[in-house]
Design a binder for this molecule. Sequence first.
Ligand code: PLP
Length: 411
Amino acid sequence: MSITTTLSIDEIRAQFPVLDQQVNGKPLIYFDNAATSQKPKQVIDALSHYYNRDNSNIHRGIHTLAERATSAYEETRKAAQAFINAPEAEEIVFTKGTTEGINLVAQAYGRKFLKAGDEIIITSMEHHSNIVPWQILCQQTGAELKVIPINNRGEIIYEEYLKLLSDKTKIVSAVYISNALGTINPIKEIIADAHKAGAITLVDAAQAAPHEKVDVKDLNCDFLALSAHKMYGPTGVGILYGKRLLLEKMDAYQGGGEMISEVTFAKTTFNDIPYKFEAGTPNIGDVVAFKAAMDFMSQIGHQFLHDHEQRLLDEGTKLLSEIDGFEPIGTAESKASVISFNVENIHPFDLGMWLDAKGIAVRTGHHCTQPLMDIFQIEGTVRASFAVYNTVDEVAYFAQALKEIVSKFRK
Ligand code: PLP
């Protein structure tokens, strides 16, 4: 097991000011990382530095601050290119996040190239943001949405996927890691088989980017969307990676400043990629601070992130399994650091509230995956999701707290 950082977990934790507080009289234990992770000081400082020193609009100004802001903004694009191993910086489009990235592809690619009778394939474990944009596209074009079924462990049934693929399939859009189950999908194979059928592919990497080394060249995906805020970065920023040839032939997504080459009242010609897709003044400060988040992750190293989080997952799964009435939801063989569960006869919201009273932040509900909850015939789950600053002691405290709650309320 190679570990790339020389920092201890205590030293890593010390970089996250928010963790150093009491909630309801107890030390905060933050296990809601799949919703959004906390931000290290270097990200907060980068944002504050930008507004203290460099704030200006980008690309159009010739004064010093405009040049500084433009260069910092474009530096993040290059950092993102390196982070996901994209062939070209122009293939990185800044978005608000994963949701916007998927909507962009559905509208700017899908509306132009799909027609009635075409098919789009997704999995049963998609976040609403990888369902609804395709449903809208289907309404607009007459295309049809097909869904890959899953087994009771929460893994896709691969033979069923192969059966769904045909020459009607135009887009396969799949989640890399499920936010509700933690399942790590065989995404490289999914992409390769989609390509064999002549379809293009989109990867929802919202949960993969914080945990796995995401390499778009190796995956050979056509599009990939992610969100900075799940990767120790700011909210309101994400990237859409797209292969140059596809981005170039797509329509514009929104009209406005920056995305144009020339405008007359009669006609507009569009800017080159990626600017064609970045209409209006973007979220400059947060884009700039996103680079600090990727730097933070690179300094820690993907191997360390992976190994540490797997340890938390293994320890948590072992301890929680000992609790009376514990029902895990999502037991895939290949799993990221998410434990989704119910406890027999206790509502997940009640568990979430009682855990909060003990300073433990978990997510409860359907996790924006209502169709998946329907498959498991449940209303929702309690979800504990781990990040690099979480510790084995926190996991043990959480398991003990849950045990106490359950023994008190299941009588
Ligand atoms: N896809 C997955 C798997 C997610 O977990 C999320 C957020 O929870 C999203 C998409 C949407 O991300 P965002 O809200 O940052 O656009």
